[in-house]
Design a protein around this ligand. Structure first.
Ligand SMILES: Nc1nc2c(ncn2[C@@H]2O[C@H](COP(=O)(O)OP(=O)(O)OP(=O)(O)O)[C@@H](O)[C@H]2O)c(=O)[nH]1
Ligand SMILES: [Mg+2]
Length: 627
């Protein structure tokens, strides 16, 4: 527990003030010893200045804090009731000075015999076999009696006298041999007696011994440690210290603020053996377990009752001394630890409830944020895809321009060649002119068609590759956002199929160059006359047809270029439209989901808003009550 020693000291002193009288002065005296003279002066001033209580600016006293914590618990729901009960028990113990003084030890060390001897009673059963299996509480009562309470609804069993009957009744219910694994459903056993050790609320607890073959007894005692404020730890010489005892002591040290060590059954040892055992045990306590070097180890022989020489008198004196000087200090420290545990548990439960309420909202918020981000990145991705398309289109058009200009010259040559061949073959100009008029335009047309066909193939290949790339990117996006689009009926795209839909349709476009080409007009009669003059006719004919050839090739190539570009344009438009439509479909769907989820989040948040505020307020309030 992270508390400053000074705060703790002050709280304890204040708490002690509530009890008044000699024990308080003794408690104060004992408490100030570790703090030196400066603290004595401070304490004196403090007590002088505030004889009746604490001002608002002072830190709260422990009992006031517990009282406030109880009122705080009253404002909490029913499932906090167990913690309220813990705090109420704490308050009862605090106001009644009910110190839980346990007698701990390995089985058969003589715990029950020791308590009998310490209190001068014969009530608690003892045996050479592992015996006590149910913790027995011994508290102050003018008359001796024992009360057994059950968990199965059975009436309490109360025995008042004689002592033998009490012992045999207890033996029946708290002894492992008669009540194995608590088959009689004993809740607890309380014994009362009028010992001065028990005045002022102190209770002794006879605990089941640990380390026997009855493992459940060990567990019972470990569970009980949380309830213990101080303890008498019994050891004996047979053997002097076991591994189980060392392990158990480590736990005890963590939980129990005040410990007395008793070496019992010293009657079984010679003086020199006792010295040896004493040294051995002290060595382990200090060197192995880290207890202070001045730790007392009292020697007792409980079997001899409280007769002179049994050592019980010294222990009793020490215990009484402790009650007088340190009890409230120890009780306060122990209860503050328990208070801290209870309030920490309340805090955890409040936090858990808050987390349970917030978790679905947080996760829904996360989903909504993811959708917002997805919508934004889809928009950006779409823009970049479209930009990419435009660049790809420009690139392809540039290629078409290149292809057309590259072919222009060879096509012109091809036309010239065709004309040459024609003129070589034909003798009659009229025939040559007629054939040239019909054949040359067809030749130009064929070449244009051929060029277009080649260009479309190349463009198509390129578009298809790029369309496939886009379609793949798109289908990956769909996969990435599939989780966000749960329940959507958007079909996941097959990239191959999509790319197939986006290609140019060459067959349709190729029809632009039809096979029935209009022939050129045959030359005018005057021109035909020129042709007829044999010596000049070839030159004349060539001169006449050359420009037509050039124009027709230009036209044809131009037409092929135009057709190819418009086919590319159409294809890109298709690609763009398809991409945009796909993205838009996803974006729209995500927007719809976004608004549905946002509505739900708003509704859900409104439904738990009050509870969240309540829990947050309670956590804040609790913070002021925590040590
Ligand atoms: N010689 C000797 N025997 C003792 C002494 N104290 C107790 N015994 C005996 O040791 C045995 C065990 O005593 P218990 O009082 O039952 O021991 P316990 O620690 O309560 O045992 P569990 O309840 O089983 O854990 C009994 O036979 C006692 O008579 C002692 O001082 N000297
Ligand atoms: Mg016992």
């Amino acid at each position: 527990m992270a508390r400053t020693k000074t705060n703790f000291f002050l709280r304890t002193v204040r708490h002690a003030k509530n009890y008044g009288g000699a024990p308080v002065c003794a408690a104060i005296n004992t408490a100030i010893i570790p703090f030196g003279p400066g603290h004595i002066v401070y304490l004196y001033i403090m007590l002088q200045q505030q004889p009746t209580g604490i001002t608002e600016n002072e830190p709260l006293s422990f009992d006031e804090t517990v009282r406030r914590a109880l009122s705080f618990c009253d404002t909490l729901p029913d499932d906090f009731a167990p913690y309220r009960a813990q705090l109420a028990e704490l308050q009862t113990r605090l106001s009644g000075g009910r110190l839980h003084f346990a007698v701990l030890g390995q089985f058969n060390r003589g715990k029950s015999t020791f308590i009998n001897a310490l209190l001068g009673i014969k009530t608690l059963p003892a045996s050479v076999l592992p015996l006590t299996s149910v913790p027995t509480i011994i508290e102050y009562g003018a008359e001796q009696q024992c009360r057994i309470r059950f968990t199965n609804g059975k009436d309490d069993l109360v025995v008042r006298e004689p002592a033998e009957l009490m012992e045999s009744t207890l033996r029946q219910y708290v002894a492992e041999e008669n009540n194995p694994k608590n088959k009689f459903h004993v809740r607890d056993v309380t014994v009362t007696c009028a010992s001065d050790l028990l005045i002022n609320g102190t209770v002794l607890i006879d605990t089941p011994g640990f380390g026997s073959t009855h493992l459940h007894n060990t567990k019972t005692t470990i569970d009980l440690l949380i309830e213990c404020d101080a303890a008498l730890f019994l050891l004996s010489a047979d053997p002097p210290m076991t591994q189980a005892e060392m392990d158990f002591l480590r736990r005890v040290r963590e939980r129990v603020p005040k410990l007395f060590f008793i070496l019992n059954k010293v009657d079984l040892l010679t003086t020199s053996e006792l010295d040896e055992v004493d040294r051995f045990i002290r060595g382990i306590l200090t060197k192995e377990l880290g207890f202070m070097s001045d730790t007392q180890l009292y020697h007792t022989s409980a079997i001899h009752g409280n007769r002179l020489g049994s050592g019980l008198d010294t222990v009793k004196k020490e215990v009484l001394d402790f009650m007088l000087h340190e009890k409230y200090f120890t009780l306060s420290e122990a209860l503050q630890d328990k208070y801290a545990e209870a309030t920490t548990s309340i805090k955890s439960l409040l936090e858990k409830r808050l987390t349970n309420l917030l978790a679905p909202l947080t996760s829904m918020k996360g989903e909504i944020n993811a959708i917002t981000t997805a919508i934004q990145s889809l928009g950006l991705e779409l823009e970049s895809q479209i930009k990419n398309c435009a660049e790809e289109k420009d690139l392809l058009n540039a290629k078409i321009n290149l292809w057309t200009s590259e072919n222009l010259e060879s096509y012109s040559l091809s036309m010239k060649k065709a004309l040459d061949v024609l003129l070589t073959d034909k003798y009659f100009p009229a025939e040559a002119a007629s054939i040239a008029s019909s054949m040359l335009p067809k030749h130009a047309n064929d070449m244009g068609a051929q060029l277009l066909s080649v260009m479309l193939e190349l463009a198509n290949k390129s578009i298809r590759a790029i369309a496939l790339h886009h379609a793949l990117a798109f289908s990956n996006l769909q996969k990435r956002y599939a989780e966000l689009m749960t329940g959507s009926n958007i079909e996941p795209h097959d990239p191959e199929k999509l790319a197939g839909q986006l290609e140019i349709n060459p067959v349709a476009i190729r029809k632009a160059f039809n096979t029935d080409v209009e022939p050129w007009d045959t030359p005018q009669p005057q021109i035909m006359d020129i042709f007829r003059k044999k010596n000049i006719r070839f030159d004349a004919i060539r001169e006449f047809y050359d420009p037509l050839c050039v124009t027709s090739v230009l036209e044809s190539v131009d037409k092929a270029g135009t057709q190819a570009r418009s086919a590319v344009d159409a294809a890109w438009k298709n690609v763009r439209t398809t991409i945009r439509a796909g993205y838009q479909e996803m974006i729209n769907y995500l927007k719809m989901i976004h608004s549905t989820k946002q509505d739900k989040l708003d509704r859900d948040h409104a439904a738990v808003k009050e509870e969240i505020r309540f829990l947050r307020d309670k956590l804040k309030e609790l913070k002021t009550l925590m040590y």
